[in-house]
Design a protein around this ligand. Structure first.
Ligand code: NAP
Length: 258
């Protein structure tokens, strides 16, 4: 198990799903976790719950589509704990699911603001602090959609492709200065997002049986792995939990054996 004592980890989209599971997992390893999302009450409650169990957790409201919110989140983490060791760029949305010509341009742009620009703002406002310290890790939550085309998901596929590009660019620019930037493609995960996908009925992912989805706790364990030096071979790429190589590295059941 990784020891994260004295580490501060900022997590966006921590009010439920993968972000909440990551906060609980990393706090359990000793990290001070800074939970953020738009639902203030929800992140306050999770942080309180983590503290009750002896962990260290803070909560700060942040809409990642607003640059000032993201800048404020990083300042809050640094002012409160004097450091940011890792940022988990996890916040993301997929609704409304619609084919291109039926999509609403404002809603489509909203997905760009959250999924793509939100990750850019995170990198833009965390990396300067990490460079001052000569170290830091950013995990960008990606998706198989970054490299595939799915009906009704033009906003989601193209923003996740853009996030993979940001991962590569940030690694190229700062990888030799102690900054570790890495993507994580988790496969399908049993969260609210999959319920929204199921309701849409548009493409084969919406027809998957719920047993096909992995629990968010597995993704949290993958995030733990990516914070450790043993994952260095994957820097600047999307690490995938849909391969046996990825599952084995994290210590999860293999894809081929379920
Ligand atoms: P989820 O349960 O729907 O959680 C999404 C999180 O993002 C929530 O905490 C939500 O909190 C937050 N969020 C949404 N809009 C936000 C905004 N503007 N600013 C800040 N936070 C915002 O979904 P999830 O499955 O855990 O998704 C987490 C990440 O995993 C996403 O990037 C998603 O694309 C990726 N992913 C998921 C799957 C899957 O199968 N579930 C597969 C591949 C990748 P608030 O609503 O409180 O703001």
């Amino acid at each position: 198990m990784t020891n994260l004592s004295d580490n501060t980890v900022v997590i966006t989209g921590a009010s439920r799903g993968i972000g909440e599971a990551a906060a609980r997992q990393l706090a359990g390893l000793g990290a001070t976790v800074v939970l953020s999302a738009r639902s203030s009450a929800r992140i306050e409650k999770i942080a309180e719950d983590i503290r009750t169990q002896g962990g260290h957790a803070l909560a700060r409201r942040c809409d990642v589509s607003q640059e000032q919110d993201v800048a404020g989140l990083m300042r809050f983490a640094i002012d409160s704990t004097s450091r940011i060791d890792a940022l988990i760029n996890n916040a993301g949305i997929i609704e409304p699911i619609a084919r291109l010509i039926e999509s609403d341009p404002d809603e489509w742009s909203r997905v760009v603001d959250v999924n793509f620009k939100g990750v850019y703002y995170g990198l833009r406002h965390a990396i300067p602090h990490m460079l001052e310290r000569g170290r830091g890790t950013v995990v960008n939550i990606s998706s198989g959609a970054a490299t595939s085309a799915l009906e009704g998901w033009s906003h989601y596929c193209s923003t996740k492709a853009a996030v993979l590009s940001l991962t590569r660019c940030a690694h190229r620019e700062y990888g030799d200065q102690g900054i570790r930037v890495i993507g994580l493609s988790p496969g399908t995960v049993a969260t609210q997002m999959q319920s929204q996908i199921k309701r849409s009925g548009i493409n084969p992912v919406s027809r998957l049986d719920s047993s096909a989805h992995i629990p968010p706790e597995w993704v949290a364990r993958a995030i733990e792995f990516l914070l450790d030096k043993s994952s260095d071979a994957f820097l600047g790429t999307d690490f995938s939990l849909k391969t046996d190589e990825g599952r084995k590295a994290v210590g999860l059941p293999l894809v081929t054996t379920g």
